[in-house]
Design a protein around this ligand. Sequence first.
Ligand code: SF4
Ligand code: SF4
Length: 437
Amino acid sequence: MTKVYSFPRGGISYEDPAAPSRDSLITAFLPALSVIPLIQHSGGRAYPLASVGDPVKEGMLVGRGQGPGSANVHATVPGRVIRMASWKMSDGRTNDALIIRMEGSFEKLGKRNEIYPWEGLLPYDLQRLIAEYGVVEMESPGRPVSDIIASLRSSSEVVTLVVRCVFDDPWLAADYVLCKERMKAVIEGSRILARAVRAGRIIFAVSKGEKSLGDELLSQAGSWEPASSMVLVGSRYPQRNQRELELVIRNYGKRENIDLGSLLVLGPATLAAVHDAVKLKMPILDRYVAVGGSAVKKPHVVKVRLGTRVGEVFEQCGGFYGRPRRIAVGSPLLGRAVTDPDEPIMKTTYAVFALLEGQKPADPYSNCISCGECRNVCPVGLDPEELFKRTRVNGFPREEITADRAAECHGCGCCEAVCPSELPLSSTITASAIRGN
Ligand code: SF4
Ligand code: SF4
């Protein structure tokens, strides 16, 4: 029997009937108005190359990345820039966006893509193409992939590329669908990336319940260089988290006596984007997004053009049963609130949800019933109850506030998901780690 590698402690089995099913894929209508932000990931702002009144083409560069951390931004529909908009992001930074009214003809949509051979290109050329087409990690934190390549290429260590096909959260339905629908692109994107960082091996990390997907990936990868293998991993959340995934892949390396060196972990959507940038010379135009939640009439996985407004995406899923109390992007375990339905789908948006029930207000710490559930599920071995209480007690001596331990929290949200008092544990702990108190 194939060995399954799991992280040693904590975690939860996460199911959510309000998430869309994996066989519910629809393609969204193209947006009449698209919103193209100059920041679409955790890094810096791109410099705008188009002004109000300018015509733009589908896939045209409209924002130039400004050095490390920043990524190029492209128009996703043809049209005209009708205005610029600004809004405050959840991290406090201001983002600017080009508002584009769709008009004119599409250069790529429905056309046969030209294929560009890449096998003869040097790693530096691959990195340059990946930067030119603005490829970032397609989920948080969304680092520019060319930056990741640059940092690995400057090191002399062996590199292993880990393709993360880990579906420990039903809100990853869109990544699963993309992996099935665009498997060839995912595999070739992996090979391109492996060449760019001179990786010695590719590991497909696959949830144990998806072995057939892993077998298919391996059989399609065939005997291509570099050698690829599959590692079955547990399906407890947060197995896909960088820390937990690295832990199990390192265990695999030890057991098989393989020197894996540095691990580069990327998901299928990012690798398909690498393929499109290098083989088709095309920026990211679409994102597969899981759309659902108790307020949404018809949850779906939606293939949607970047820049489509979140409110429109919900409309394409039948609209709402009632007035949603909470709208957010990401999985409900990690979601970031959306305050404006005009906020667009961006490169890192893998899920959006709307709930009829609101988030509980931050209750006083005294509501804790000391059941210990939060301790049982923390994969890092922290005491979320204690950290939460310490961060919330006014006037608690500063030196006793365990910011160092709070900094170990990676915000997986397991503690909050199981707390019977519905205390905002992970959000409070991660906020205190950022503040440093
Ligand atoms: S799970 Fe909630 S109620 Fe239970 S100990 Fe932790 S904080 Fe307190
Ligand atoms: S959010 Fe932080 S404290 Fe809570 S379970 Fe995850 S790692 Fe532990």
